[in-house]
Write a protein that binds this ligand. Structure first.
Ligand SMILES: [Ca+2]
Length: 326
């Protein structure tokens, strides 16, 4: 935060000569976003989610839907993923699409939030978008909105990167929150979301769109819960809670003293409990093809989460998930 405030004055960065370094568009956007996150204003969000890839997206989708005091959920987009729960990136996207319907119906059987299919593969060239309904709708929603739209990406980021590459005008009206990569002090950046979609991550980091990164290992990894904890707070409360508990239980074959990071909830919690996050404005790194960060002081700034605290987010999450009466 302190960095961003000094950034607004400009001179501390030794601006002589560099158009990127001095560009007030980037600097003002960082400060605007920090102010916006800490305000009571309801934020417009598109959630781009690989909902079926493990067990955390499901919590995040429900949490976003159950937080209308801070979030207006404009659309949900299915992101591709490829792991033991899918036969290909496209299959992962379709399974995520179905899982989004499942969760939204568990939260609200009359849910009318639009749900869009995403890319059936990940990006293979930084300049070539992967065509998808999600990429087109992301751009359409952003350009038709009278206010800033936050594109919250909690999976591989090809849908978002493709929207930016195909419709570059959206960088002036949107901001991207991405849960991906590892902390900068890690030897490499390759978490699941980045490792499965390196070129799209490069495209987003290089695009100039206002960006906030929640790193997985080393930062988000603090967001732990356990089976006894979720059973204690959520068991028997409603069908959604029972589904989430079952999903989480089934994720491990060795449950004794096991803990689980519910990663993606933090990308929603950022809007609801912003004071639980330590945010730093700094030049955004390059992401190299071997999944490391490379630094250049002249790069446009972004917001990096260097620490988060779990308790207030879990308290709010458990209260909201258990508030449903069916
Ligand atoms: Ca995810």
């Amino acid at each position: 935060m302190r960095n961003a405030n000094t950034a607004q004055s400009g001179s501390v960065f030794g601006c002589g000569g560099s158009a990127i370094l001095c560009n007030p568009h980037f600097i003002m956007n960082i400060q605007d976003i920090l102010n916006d996150l800490n305000s009571d204003k309801i934020k417009n969000i598109i959630l781009d989610t690989d909902a079926y890839n493990e067990v955390d997206d499901q919590y995040a989708i429900a949490y976003a839907m159950l937080s209308p005091e801070k979030i207006k959920l404009l659309a949900l987009c299915a992101a591709p993923f490829y792991n033991e729960r899918s036969s290909s990136a496209g299959d992962g996207m379709l399974q995520s699409y179905n899982e989004i319907f499942k969760i939204t119906k568990l939260v609200d059987e009359n849910c009318a939030i639009p749900i869009y299919k995403g890319s059936d593969r990940v990006m293979t060239s930084k300049d070539v978008p992967v065509e998808s309904e999600a990429a087109d709708k992301i751009a359409e929603i952003v350009m038709n909105s009278g206010e800033r739209v936050y594109i919250v990406a909690i999976g591989a980021i090809t849908n978002v990167a493709s929207a930016i590459v195909k419709y570059p005008e959206i960088v002036k009206k949107a901001a991207v929150i991405w849960l991906g990569g590892h902390a900068q002090h890690f030897p490499n950046a390759g978490d699941f979301n980045l490792a499965g979609d390196v070129i799209a991550a490069q495209a987003v980091f290089d695009s100039g769109i206002p960006l906030l990164q929640i790193p997985c290992g080393g930062v988000c990894s603090e967001f732990l819960t356990s089976i006894p904890e979720i059973e204690y707070y959520m068991s028997g409360k409603n069908a959604l809670c029972d589904y989430l508990i079952e999903l989480t239980r089934n994720y491990t074959k060795n449950p004794y003293a096991w803990s689980k990071v519910i990663w993606d909830v933090t990308a929603i919690g950022l809007f609801i409990r912003p004071k639980a996050f330590e945010l730093v404005a700094m030049p955004r790194p390059f992401i190299t093809s071997d999944m490391k960060y490379a630094f250049d002081m002249a790069r446009p700034h972004y917001i990096y989460v260097r620490r988060l605290r779990r308790d207030s987010m879990y308290a709010d999450l458990f209260r909201k998930l258990t508030s449903l009466n069916f």
